[in-house]
Design a binder for this molecule. Structure first.
Ligand code: GLN
Length: 461
């Protein structure tokens, strides 16, 4: 059924970069045969899934939305892909994305834009916009995205989906094409909170192949979603972040977005939650800090794309030396936004500027972590259990509206960046429509308290 929907609608939406229907049907048939034979099946046996093209998949083209990886077929599976395979899922295909996950609209893909199923003249968010469009358009039941500064939560919000950025270190980064390694996390995008929790549980947990992976027990998420769906939030303390759309900080936020968020808060109060305003002053600096840290790490991570090891190689006809081939390959293989980030990041890390830019940004990052810590308190009732905000300041904007204005594009992530920099979990859950377009409600929790995000989101759903 999903392959039929892809055949019917993906010409318009362009959610997918690669679909292999034959292999998907063969995998599904193998699951049917195993079931008929009474074999033991994985917990998600036969359930289709789509993966953002930043996830490395053995033998399946993986481009990260970039020309420089055109034609590359990885020799191994990312841990998240391997875990989904082991659970029995059927891979439908790889979804479109901003090149190397740099963007908020999927307009930075080297392979063309993806459209929002709610209004094909609008963007589906980004960078995981192929995944959001696929799930919102029913071209996949659920999908994986990755979130460095908002790329799961923001596209989920703009397409009416649930999207969760896990605690940093709780989902393996092994086999994700690195953008900003201290921020990148893979996570679920789904149409319900319970679906997201189930998909998250299938990919999460410790992985010895990722040195930043957190060992030990991780919280139970599907159980938390089921608990929340009961609708009782008695005693749950919710902090509304003033700096994210509150009084004196509402510039750039659409009134329709703020109205839906206010209604959601009233619903949560009606379910027994205690709602209060909380100030996190350093959140105002998150955007500036992020756009130094992420490009700095990217400039280092992207040095591996040299025209020798993977994908594209330009000008290697015997007339040029190696440096020229590398330069030509990178010139033609990378798009404008990726080059902007490499230049910014290289500059910020260069000697003489390092302390002034990268060093300062790291200090801001620490302050943001402290704002979270003081809002959450010591856990003895002196703080809140979760923090909330809009997920994005606006609903999905028209295609082309921000492509020539990087700062306006970056502003789409104002609300999602603090949790990214702090490494803390955050979910976006739909909270109604404004002008006929979906609005997302963000719920942020302390490190490894991802279950709280799912509980409160399920109550709101
Ligand atoms: N839009 C942000 C950026 O361009 C975040 C992207 C992401 O989370 N991958 O960096």
């Amino acid at each position: 059924a999903h392959l039929d929907r892809i055949a019917a609608d993906d010409g318009l939406l362009h959610a997918y970069l690669h679909v292999d229907g034959e292999t998907a049907l063969a995998t599904a048939a193998a699951v049917d045969a195993a079931r008929a034979a009474g074999d033991e099946l994985g917990p998600l046996a036969g359930v289709p899934v789509a993966l953002k093209d930043v996830v490395v998949t053995e033998g399946v083209p993986t481009t990260s939305g970039s020309r420089i990886l055109e034609g590359w077929r990885p020799p191994y599976d990312a841990t998240v892909a391997a875990r989904l395979k082991a659970a029995g899922t059927v891979l439908l295909g790889k979804t479109n994305m901003d090149e190397f996950a740099m963007g908020s609209s999927t307009e930075n893909s080297a392979y063309g834009v993806t459209r929002n199923p709610w209004d094909p003249e609008r963007i589906p968010g980004g960078s995981s916009g192929g995944s959001s469009a696929a799930v919102a358009g029913h071209l996949a039941p659920w999908a994986l995205g990755t979130d460095t500064g908002g790329s799961i939560r923001q596209p989920a919000a703009l397409t009416g989906l649930v999207g969760h950025k896990p605690t940093y270190g709780s989902v393996s980064r092994y086999g994700l094409i690195a953008f900003s390694s201290s921020l990148d996390q893979a996570g679920p995008m789904a149409r319900t909170v319970l679906d997201a929790a189930v998909l998250h549980e299938a990919i999460g947990g410790h992985d010895p192949r990722d040195s930043t992976s957190i060992p030990g027990q991780h919280p139970l998420l599907a159980e938390a979603a089921r608990l929340g769906a009961g609708g009782d939030l008695t005693g749950v303390r919710i902090g509304v972040v003033r700096e994210l759309g509150g009084e004196g900080h509402a510039e750039g936020y659409e009134p329709g977005v703020l109205a839906r968020v206010a209604e959601a808060l009233a619903v949560l109060e009606g379910l027994g939650a205690e709602v209060r305003e909380v100030s996190c002053p350093s959140f105002d600096l998150a955007l500036a800090a992020y756009y130094l840290i992420a490009p700095s790490e990217a400039s280092s991570n992207l040095s591996r794309f040299d025209g020798v090891r993977f994908g594209l190689r330009v000008g290697d006809d015997g007339s040029r030396d190696l440096d020229e081939v590398m330069a030509l390959t990178r010139e033609q293989g990378f798009g404008a936004e990726v080059k902007r980030r490499i230049i910014l990041g290289t500059y910020a890390l260069s000697s003489g500027y390092y302390e002034a830019y990268y060093g300062q940004a790291q200090k801001v990052r620490t302050l943001i972590g402290r704002d979270f810590a003081s809002a959450f308190g010591s856990g003895d009732g002196d703080g809140v259990d979760v923090l909330v905000s809009p997920t994005t300041p606006t609903v999905a904007f028209p295609l082309g509206a921000r492509v020539d204005d990087p700062i306006a594009m970056y502003a789409a992530d104002l609300c999602t960046l603090p949790a990214s920099l702090a490494g803390t979990p955050a979910i976006s859950v739909p909270c109604g429509l404004s002008d006929g377009l979906p609005v997302g409600f963000q719920i942020m929790a302390p490190t490894l308290a991802d279950d709280r995000c799912y509980r409160v989101a399920a109550a709101l759903e």
